[in-house]
Design a protein around this ligand. Structure first.
Ligand SMILES: [Zn+2]
Length: 74
């Protein structure tokens, strides 16, 4: 399963595969421990995860008071 998580250091959206325990942020290189992070979204396939991430980024860009809504794909 794939998770869309937010980097606790810089706020960047990061795509994580649940087979791994940690994921490095592509923006600030912070190593995120996935089990401690509440995912913004979950997806079964990488393609779905990328779509959800695009949607979240678009929402974030369009709304300055954006907050995680814990949107779930399924
Ligand atoms: Zn980061």
């Amino acid at each position: 399963m794939y998770l869309v998580i937010r980097c606790p250091r810089c706020g960047e959206l990061v795509l994580a595969n649940t087979i791994y325990k940690t994921r490095s942020c592509q923006n600030c290189k912070f190593r995120i421990e996935i089990r401690f992070i509440k995912p913004l979204a979950r997806a079964e396939t990488p393609a779905d995860a990328v779509e959800v991430m695009k949607k979240l980024k678009a929402e974030q860009a369009g709304d300055k008071s954006w907050k995680p809504n814990f949107y779930r794909l399924r």
